[in-house]
Design a protein around this ligand. Sequence first.
Ligand code: NZQ
Ligand code: ZN
Length: 390
Amino acid sequence: MQNFSFYNPTNIVFGEGQLRELDNLVPKNAKVLVTYGGGSAKSTGLLDKVKSELVKSNREVLEFAGIPANPKLEVLIKAIELVREEKIDFLLAVGGGSVIDGTKFICVAACADEFVGRERELMNFGFNPVPVDRAIPFGTILTLPATGSEMNNGAVITDGKDKLPVFSTQAFPKFSILDPTITYTLPAKQVANGIVDSFIHTVEQYITFPAEGRFQDRTAEGILQTLIEIGKKTYENPEDYDSRANLVWCSTMALNGLIGAGVPQDWATHMLGHEITALTGIDHARTLAVVQPANWRIRKEQKKEKLLQYAERVWGITEGSEDARIEKAILKTEEFFHSLDIPTKLSDYNLGEELIEKVLVSLGNHGMTALSEHGDVTLDVSREILEAAI
Ligand code: NZQ
Ligand code: ZN
């Protein structure tokens, strides 16, 4: 097992009705800015419930609406200005990954005095934490299980052209309320996206090369098996509480640092996927479903042992040659995504060579030229993966 440091300070408050804990979780004297997205928080009635909890302790509460899916820098800058003007001292994100990521960026950027007017530069640090030692504290009320953003310190921000990950040691939520019933209002498409995103987060940290991370492997396998067990059920029966609760907890655990501690991690699928979203607007999870099977097919030699382990332990595939077992596991994975009405080919979106050229240019511009657990996904390998995804 590799050396690691595992730090995760987020307080998870899980289960039906836990919104009533909000008044205890937010500091009593805080001036609070509630952030949300394009309107679902309002139309579902959740926002009113949140506000009535917050005012129980006579807090001053302001709102910032309109953080879009794939949070846009120009919108976030307006919120950063508001936070400074109003001297906000606590933010509460009510939404999915986009609202939570956007809120993280607001909290960090509002304290990054040397970046005032140059907030775009905070997107240039890649996988290194941005150099801030303070952020405005924030909590989240999760409405979409997918990204794990509710219990990690990453955010993915776009300026309309580039879509890039941003990290800060200060960007962990103080708390996250995970009430599975809050997610019942999700359109089925977003539930499917959440299942697939959680699945891919898990395999990005699991299907690499063996590192004697036995706990991490078995926990990853547990998440994958659970998602396979409950995925279609919760997609088709949104109000089946137990299935939905398992999805919510799996998606949080898939990307809170636990299964990735002490083991190699890939993330090439995500980096290619982010470029596709930036260029086409296709939902994050849907880009991953296209790239991941192709990534495995092209890099099956480098990932052989873990792909065989995945085939056996997750799908029960023990018969046939090594190549046949690997291909069967990839086909099973694709079938699982198809069962959620998620396509697995670029051509399903009428995309092909033209997009690939653009993705390669963007990857080059962003320095994404040595991706994966081995750093061996050069632009040439990315091209092969994308071509296999057509
Ligand atoms: O904007 P509103 O009106 O709220 O509608 C949203 C949005 O249109 C809707 N929605 C959310 N909760 C709902 C709901 N509709 C009805 N009922 C509810 N309860 O769903 C739509 C999608 O929301 P979004 O937040 O964009 O989805 P998701 O949670 O999948 O987040 C995707 C973003 O997270 C980033 C992605 O790149 C993308 O920008 N990621 C963040 C990560 C992280 N911070 O660790 C890791 C991920 O790999 C990912 O890259
Ligand atoms: Zn993801």
